[in-house]
Design a protein around this ligand. Sequence first.
Ligand code: ADP
Ligand code: ASP
Ligand code: MG
Length: 416
Amino acid sequence: MARLVLKFGGTSVANLDRIRNVARHVKREVDAGHQVAVVVSAMAGQTNMLVDLCRQAAPLHDAREYDAVVASGEQVTSGLLAIVLQEMGVNARSWQGWQIPMRTDGAHGAARIGEIDGERLIERISQGQVAVIAGFQGVAPDNRISTLGRGGSDTSAVAIAAAIKADRCDIYTDVDGVYTTDPRIVPTARRLDRVAFEEMLEMASLGAKVLQVRSVEMAMVHGVRTFVRSSFDDPDAPQTGIGNLPPGTLICDEDEIVEQQVVTGIAFAKDEAQISIRNVADKPGVAHAVFGPLAEANINVDMIVQNISPDGKTTDITFTVPETEYDRAMKVLEERRESVGFGAIEGARNVVKVSVIGIGMRSHAGIAAQCFRGLAEKGINIRAITTSEIKISVLIDSAYTELAVRTLHSLYGLDG
Ligand code: ADP
Ligand code: ASP
Ligand code: MG
């Protein structure tokens, strides 16, 4: 007997037929004797629709009321799944964030989960009742509903798994695992059997939206074994809750991975924009004068390139900010043109960050050089570069996204 958390994403609960299919997956685990907590997302498209309604109501709206609106999608699916399970003879009860309670901080719209007391849930599920939990939502210190940021049901699921000390957290989605890159962009992408927490964290933060970044952080911190699989697999195919698993990807400790590849995957993200400041004085304190005000305005700067000054007097600084903060960043900088002292300021939104990820890079040289050569051969210009121990990221024109991802995917031998 095991204790399992099963999470179903938006496509998996998109309509009643799909919810019935999900219920069969749940019933299979219950019939096998496991204790089960389920976390559901809103039906596909619902959250977008609700976000849009808030924007139409008022472009600058109260974050608390935004949360009250967008959290409703998950309330619907948790209730519906409980009804369908009961109809199938499975003892089930829905839970909203406040009923658990799933306590978060007060950052409405992007709240972080704090401590969760799993006792009430453990009591119910150990009596054989399936807990059907609304993902994505919690309760803020002001006792109002909070939401966890887009894709947040993954994080709800992992947090619940940690709180109830589950043996595993199964993330059911519309692909049968984590692939070497987004299988919708590169048809030759291969499913990975196992991915280390650290690699998955990089892949998620660099654009692989199959798991929300915070869910991977939380899985890593609490050591939650997380298994990504498809909800479209036959729910009645023979399998056991632990061990003998269907196709999917296990996110686990590095030590559990036997065959280590140098490069595990390629990710890409279109959510950054580039800003270049020309002819900045080349003297101490300039970087602080540029980046200080951005930090004060709460704007995250990611990639930074500072050129060597040809004349010893002025230089150019290029960096990236989140796309959503681009206008604000430009404004902050324009206001300081005089005091910082720079010439032109240029920006580009049509850029993409393509990243090569793998823990094997720690012990292999030449991976970056290979990447730069591969892109050069295709005539793709690199605008900025950042590296860490286990990743290389390059910023390029977004028109070349697919070409760059496909080129790097085959270059590192990832094609299936
Ligand atoms: P859900 O609604 O179940 O949470 P998401 O749409 O959030 O599903 O995440 C699944 C999607 O993530 C897939 O349909 C796929 O297009 C995308 N994706 C991006 N990168 C990867 C990757 N490396 N492996 C698998 N899927 C990926
Ligand atoms: N429904 C929420 C969203 O679309 C949360 C989730 O699906 O994980 O962002
Ligand atoms: Mg998701």
